[in-house]
Design a protein around this ligand. Structure first.
Ligand SMILES: N=CN[C@@H](CCC(=O)O)C(=O)O
Ligand SMILES: [Zn+2]
Length: 433
């Protein structure tokens, strides 16, 4: 792990460095800390130098570090922090391409859910799957994330919906974190849907979550966050508050799936609970946006989901102009956003929500790091931070939004190790028995 990595001659290096330790909101989302002809040095998996090429030569001279250096020439290329996806449903079995056909014929996402399809059909598949099957299928998704420049993902449970299978999902996420190059941050989302065995008895299911599941999740240290699908026909505002407060008592930081389908008061609840983030927010009210800004709740927007569900995306411009810090995520899941391409989501944020190329990059780096409460170690290229770096085959950052739908990732470095080279993943041996 002590190898020195020296990236030099980057046409543009985006450090995202800042004096402030807060998430970037409003106009500060446009400040990328751009260095032309930039260099970066990392040692032991940690960044030790960021600056211009000339400064790097001086740094290496002064520190006597000339040998045993892996030098990467980034001429003509763009260097950014490793991208961070702060909202995924990574661990699941099966797929739901049949629902795309149903939706194309006019059924809505929530209608399919209420008829027992959607989340509940993935729950059936996930319950049937062994830990190994779940691990292998999810590792493939993580490979795709990595190829698309993502070095950290958040992953939610919520397709087990009983004690054993929720724990199974979270244990798989933990194993993935330990064995796969991508870091996985876990969120407990037992409140993703009411399972069939509790149909008509959501209170009974919530009791199970609070009395049996949460203590186990906390005891085994299987999650850092707790999330709830707060939506008409899923969990009410009162139920969501109860579950998230119970999570807080067990040390889990709150996140909310808020105002995705209806203006339901999820954004307002996120502010009331001072949640780390409220996610989706397609229908968030003006008041909800203002409340979130006042309480500095991050808005994690998922334009890939709006695109795939063929609906109007969140009001990103209104949110940023109201002073909210915005993060972006894929929402990778089998129903509403079956993709691992955060790069495409960035394109959609720009082209369908009017975010600037600068805001988009901030939203997928430092603000996403804040959304998983890891901004002290990742999200920017600064001395002392983890050396998670992406090198794009692009001479400037605007090209990432202009050349849309194309994966321009050339090299990915995770904790100071090259894990993607020329766009391909380097071998790692990971599977479980
Ligand atoms: N909306 C709720 N949960 C997921 C979808 C899960 C699924 O359809 O399987 C989401 O964030 O979009
Ligand atoms: Zn989600």
């Amino acid at each position: 792990m002590n190898q020195i990595v020296y990236i030099k001659h980057a046409t543009q290096l985006l450090s995202l460095s800042s004096q402030s330790k807060e998430p970037r909101s409003g106009p500060s989302m446009n400040d990328l800390g751009l260095i032309e002809n930039g260099s970066l040095v990392a040692e032991g998996g940690v960044i030790t130098f960021v600056g211009t090429d000339e400064e790097a030569v001086q740094y290496l001279d002064q520190h006597g570090k000339k040998e045993d250096i892996l030098t990467i020439d980034a001429s003509g290329k763009l260097v950014t922090p490793g991208l961070i996806d702060p909202h995924t449903h990574l661990v699941y079995a099966g797929s739901r391409e049949n629902e795309l056909e149903m939706r194309l014929k006019g059924a809505t996402y929530i209608e399919i859910h209420k008829q027992g399809g959607g989340i509940l059909s993935t729950t059936t598949e996930t319950r049937k799957a062994s830990e190994k099957t779940l691990f292998d299928q999810s590792a493939k998704r993580l490979d795709q994330f990595l190829k698309h420049g993502v070095t950290t993902v958040e992953a939610k449970s919520g397709y087990g919906l009983n004690v054993d299978d929720e724990l199974k999902q979270l244990r798989v996420a933990k194993q993935l974190n330990e064995r796969h190059p991508v870091d996985v941050v876990s969120t407990f989302m037992g409140a993703h849907a009411v399972p069939v065995e509790y149909k008509g008895d959501s209170e009974g299911y919530i009791d199970l979550l609070i009395q049996e599941l949460l203590p186990r999740v906390a005891e085994e240290k299987l999650a850092e966050f707790c999330d709830v699908f707060c939506e008409d026909g899923v969990f009410t505002l009162e139920q969501s508050e109860k579950i998230l407060n119970a999570g807080i008592k067990f040390g889990l930081k709150p996140k909310i799936h808020a105002d995705e389908i209806e203006a339901f008061g999820g954004a307002e609840l996120a502010a009331k609970l001072e949640a780390v983030s409220a996610d989706h927010l397609l229908k968030a009210s003006d008041q909800g946006i203002q409340d979130m800004a006042n309480k500095e709740v991050i808005a994690t927007l998922l334009p890939g989901t709006a695109f795939f569900l063929m609906t109007t995306p969140a009001r990103a411009r209104k949110m940023i102009d109201s002073g909210l810090a915005v993060a972006l995520a894929t929402d990778c899941n089998p129903g509403s956003s079956p993709t691992e391409s955060l790069l495409l989501v960035m394109n959609l944020a720009c082209l369908t929500m009017g975010m600037t190329p600068e805001e988009v990059i901030t939203a997928c780096t430092i603000n996403a790091a804040h959304a998983v409460d890891k901004a002290d170690t990742i999200g920017s290229l600064e001395v002392g931070k983890q050396a998670d770096v992406v090198i794009f085959d692009a001479k400037n950052y605007q090209i990432l939004q202009y050349n849309y739908g194309v994966n321009l990732v050339h090299t990915v470095i995770k904790k100071g190790q090259v894990v993607v080279q020329e766009g391909g993943i380097l071998d790692y041996s990971q599977s479980i028995n």
